[in-house]
Ligand binder design. Structure first.
Ligand code: PMP
Length: 360
């Protein structure tokens, strides 16, 4: 069977070339007689794979030398706790921007470790936009400022970098990392679950400025201490070896296609195709504010929700899958990460126009 176009929010589509390479190397990696899955994480083969993956990520994102790159487990959800455990550093509160479901989860978890000051919220408009910084109430004594540059469920993306002065900026980049260039030096810490733009689920990447770690709150479990992972090159315990290998292949794939600038151009082109279709339609509706329209996750609704099932059925028949919106918001959501080819988006738009003609 030929591959379908997969619009899942994550785990998400991976580059075909990467999957094919992994297939070719699955049983016998580069003539060593075993699979990457079977290697000791401390053996020279895997140490080489991990070091190359880190080097390629550093190159892609131009990560400065005073930042540690950690390959962890536990998903971005574990970072909701690890961030306050590690970055409160004796302070009593942290600042959080609330732009949707993932911000809310981060806020809820942080409240277990200290006070949370919500600098601004877009809940007043059902999280359909992101408040600009002139509406934020920052606390100069905050331990850090946390925000979610791309809300995967709401499809709200922030394309500018907040200015928080000396207070470290922390970003949950799970669904936007590697989609465009970012100036890492503007951040104290960046984290992301891998299962969107990086690779398979099971790997969580943390990029942290090294002067911010090593001062965990009392009682922090060893595995939740960034310093432990940094001191051990992410090999304090057994890391998610196969996921790191896959991420390494994805980094090479991005590099071969021109890096993050090229990814950005490609992603803008794809997003434009879809948003132009939505704007021209009297049948489909996109709820997000124009300035904050995510290039990665595009939510939209049909004029009549009773047609949702039929829309999904017809989409499936055309090889357009996993378009159902998040259970909390309904409607549709097309996630169009780096590995989604523009042909997939064009096919979706053709189908939408056809569907509108029939039902509009
Ligand atoms: N933050 C964001 C922005 C996400 O999109 C997700 C997952 N969809 C998470 C956090 C949670 O990630 P995980 O499932 O890796 O814990």
């Amino acid at each position: 069977m030929e591959r379908i176009y997969n619009f899942s929010a994550g785990p998400a589509v991976l580059p075909r070339e990467v999957l094919e390479q992994a297939r070719d190397e699955l049983v016998n990696w580069q003539g060593c007689g075993m699979s990457v899955m079977e290697m000791s994480h401390r053996g020279k083969e895997f140490m080489g794979i991990a070091a190359q993956a880190e080097a390629d990520l550093r190159e892609l994102m131009a990560i400065p030398a005073n930042y540690k790159v950690l390959f962890l487990q536990g998903g971005a959800s574990s970072q909701f706790a690890m961030v306050p455990m590690n970055l409160l550093r004796g302070k009593t509160s942290a600042d959080y921007l609330n732009t949707g479901e993932w911000s809310k989860k981060a806020i809820k978890e942080a409240k277990q470790y200290g006070a949370v000051n919500v600098v601004a919220s877009s809940e007043d408009k059902n999280f359909s936009y992101a408040p600009t910084q002139d509406h934020w109430q920052l606390d100069p004594n905050a331990a850090y400022v946390h925000y979610t540059p791309n809300e995967t469920i709401g499809g709200v993306e922030i394309f500018w970098t907040p200015d928080t002065g000396d207070v470290p900026l922390v970003a949950d980049m799970s669904s936007t990392i590697l989609s465009r260039p970012m100036d890492v030096s503007q951040y104290g810490l960046i984290y992301a679950g891998a299962q969107k733009n990086i690779g398979p689920a099971g790997l969580t990447i943390v990029i942290v400025r090294e002067d911010l770690i090593g001062q965990t709150v009392p009682g922090t479990p060893t595995m939740f201490d960034y310093q432990i992972h940094a001191d051990n090159d992410s090999m304090y315990n057994t890391p998610p070896t196969f996921a790191i290998y896959m991420a390494g292949l994805v980094f090479k794939w991005i590099k071969a296609r021109g890096g993050l600038k090229a990814m950005e151009q490609h992603n803008i082109a794809k997003a434009n195709v879809l948003y132009d279709c939505l704007d021209a339609s009297g049948f489909f509706h996109c709820p997000t504010a124009k300035d904050n329209r995510s290039r990665m996750n595009v939510p939209f609704t049909l004029k009549d929700a009773a047609l949702d099932e039929e829309f999904l059925k017809g989409a499936k028949a055309r090889g357009l899958l996993q378009l159902k919106g998040h259970r909390s918001v309904g409607g549709m959501r097309a996630s169009i990460y780096n590995a989604m080819p523009i042909e997939g988006v064009q096919l979706l738009v053709e189908y939408m126009k056809e569907f509108e003609k029939q039902h509009g």
